[in-house]
Design a protein around this ligand. Structure first.
Ligand code: XMP
Length: 515
């Protein structure tokens, strides 16, 4: 994408919210260019984006606290519309002379907001009462001079205000999350009706821009080594970079021994078809002994992540020294590893496990994308649809699905159970409509009876979830005869399994993976 095409979009300033990327994603869904910058990026860099509008994200801090992330006042003088969401709203109020204080109650989750001015552009397709998603403790007690309140929450708090006829707007709730009714309509009104953006940005442009950035980063001579996991993200990242790096790209497929049944052979076959140069490293023994008796999820993830990088480094040295390590990190990995200022939910292996003394630079071209966006990019790079539709699989693989003793025998049990479950789901024609389905092996044994003999077997849990972007998920209501058949087959065919249970928890409160 040329520099000029990039102007006219929305600049999103990130104050550390879990939802910042969702804002960008919504704007991109409208085919409008959007760019996220940290709140403290140099003002010259923000200016050079020449945005048609600015959105200030939410964030975990208090706008009035010491060292609170602030906004450069120059932005108010650009004359472009500004939308502050949650922390962003409080920051506008505080910066412009209003009063922000800790509320008595705080509002978390779904609540109803009533709008008092239906004539606003922002509300042109929005009814006067909507359910919205709130997540805040502080509230705007006094508006800045010239601000008009147009929304009130159930507790009577200020839920929305505008200044200078909607040039500056503050929303206490999150229009970017699915749980906010008419959130898309409000954002669309901001982007098109208030900022006057054009819908002219396509994922193809993202690919082009990304290729340019990769070219700038690796220059004419740098070699790149890529950690291929067999999943969609690292494969798309590798094919993308191969377009620039050509034979300067070496891929390393580390078989850590935590893959699904027959998976190593299948993915190697696929990589050959994609013309990627792949070095296959069989390292299962090394990984198993490194994990040893460690059962704590975070420790496991860190150990696997670190060993992964070490194995890459060894390979890179063998291959004459690569300067860059390419990884298929996507945005949910970044958010949940706490790398944008939020809380650490779990250290995703491509992010949290990296050792501080790593010798190679990191190349993460998909870092700002969601999974479904990565999947849409695949066909633009001629990656077969069938491969792109595979369910997501975590970097640490079955290691985070095999709870308790991590031994070859237990991993084999899990592999067998998982392959039965997935086969049945595919045969029922349900695979493509499910975000992710898999089995988990619990560190729990239970008593059973088989052929008049007492058994004391392993427990397998079935998990199938529906999701749009892995940020939230719901359990899938599988047909009961399918569940029944799977349970019988697993107990009959997977060695030592005596019980099959089903996980019906959503995210939140659970995460998709068990560890
Ligand atoms: P959770 O369990 O956090 O997972 O709800 C969200 C999505 O991310 C996948 N996942 C990972 N992907 N490296 C990855 O590339 C990891 O370490 C990792 N851990 C979880 C998970 O399968 C789900 O799709």
């Amino acid at each position: 994408m040329k520099d000029d095409d990039r102007t006219g979009g929305i600049l999103i300033l990130d104050f550390g919210s879990q939802y910042t990327q969702l804002i960008a994603r919504r704007v991109r869904e409208f085919e409008v260019y959007s760019e996220i910058m940290p709140w403290n990026a140099p003002i010259a860099r923000m200016r050079s984006a020449r945005p048609k509008g600015v959105i200030l994200s939410g964030g975990p801090r208090s706008a009035t606290g010491p060292d609170a992330p602030a906004i450069d006042q120059e932005i108010f003088h650009w004359g472009v519309p500004i939308l502050g969401i949650c922390y962003g709203m409080q920051l506008i109020a505080h910066t412009m002379g209003g009063v922000v204080q800790k509320g008595r109650l705080g509002e978390y989750g779904r609540t109803t907001v009533s709008f008092t001015n239906s004539g606003l552009k922002l509300l042109k397709n929005v009814p006067s009462k909507v359910d919205v998603w709130m997540s805040h403790w502080d509230e705007v007690r006094e508006l800045p001079a010239g601000a008009v309140r147009f929304g009130e929450s159930e507790t009577g708090g200020c839920a929305a205000f505008s200044i200078e006829n909607e040039r500056i707007t503050g929303l206490q709730f999150h229009p970017e999350v699915e749980s906010t009714e008419y959130g898309r309509e409000m954002l669309s009104a901001f982007v098109f009706d208030i900022c006057g953006c054009d819908a002219n940005w396509k994922l193809g442009d993202w690919v082009e821009r990304s290729l340019e950035k990769i070219k700038e980063t690796i220059g004419e001579r740098d070699r790149v080594v890529c950690g291929l996991s067999g999943g969609v993200d690292s494969t798309v990242a590798a094919v993308l970079v191969s377009k620039v790096a050509g034979d300067r790209l070496d891929c390393v497929f580390v078989d850590h021994g935590f893959m699904r049944k027959d998976e190593p052979a299948q993915v190697l076959d696929m990589y050959e078809k994609l013309n990627l140069r792949v070095h296959h490293v069989e390292a299962s023994e090394r990984f198993l002994s490194a994990i040893g008796g460690v059962a704590t999820p975070e420790r496991k993830r860190k150990i696997i992540g670190e060993l992964f990088v070490r194995v890459f480094e060894e390979q890179a040295n063998d291959m004459g020294g690569a300067k860059w390590l390419l990884q298929g990190t996507i945005y949910p990995d970044v958010i949940e590893s706490g790398h944008v200022g939020g809380d650490v939910i779990k250290s995703h292996h491509n992010v949290g496990g990296l050792p501080e003394d790593m010798k190679m630079g990191l190349l993460e071209p998909l870092r700002e994308l969601f999974k479904d966006e990565v999947r849409k990019i695949g066909p633009l790079l001629d990656i077969p649809e069938e491969f792109l539709k595979r369910h997501p699989f975590p970097g640490p693989g079955l290691a985070v699905r095999c709870l308790g003793d991590l031994t070859r025998e237990r991993l084999d049990i899990l592999r067998e159970a998982d392959s039965i479950f997935i086969r049945e789901i595919k045969d029922a024609g349900l695979y493509d409509s499910i975000w992710q389905a898999f089995c988990v092996l619990l560190p729990v044994r239970s008593v059973g009876v088989a052929g008049d003999v007492r058994t004391y077997g392993e427990t397998v849990v079935l998990r199938a979830v529906a999701s749009l972007d892995a940020m939230t998920a719901e359990s899938v209501r599988l047909p009961w005869d399918l569940v029944d058949r799977v349970a019988k087959r697993i107990c009959g065919e997977a060695p030592l399994v005596g019980r099959v249970a089903m996980d019906v928890t959503g995210k939140p409160p659970a995460t998709i993976e068990w560890e």
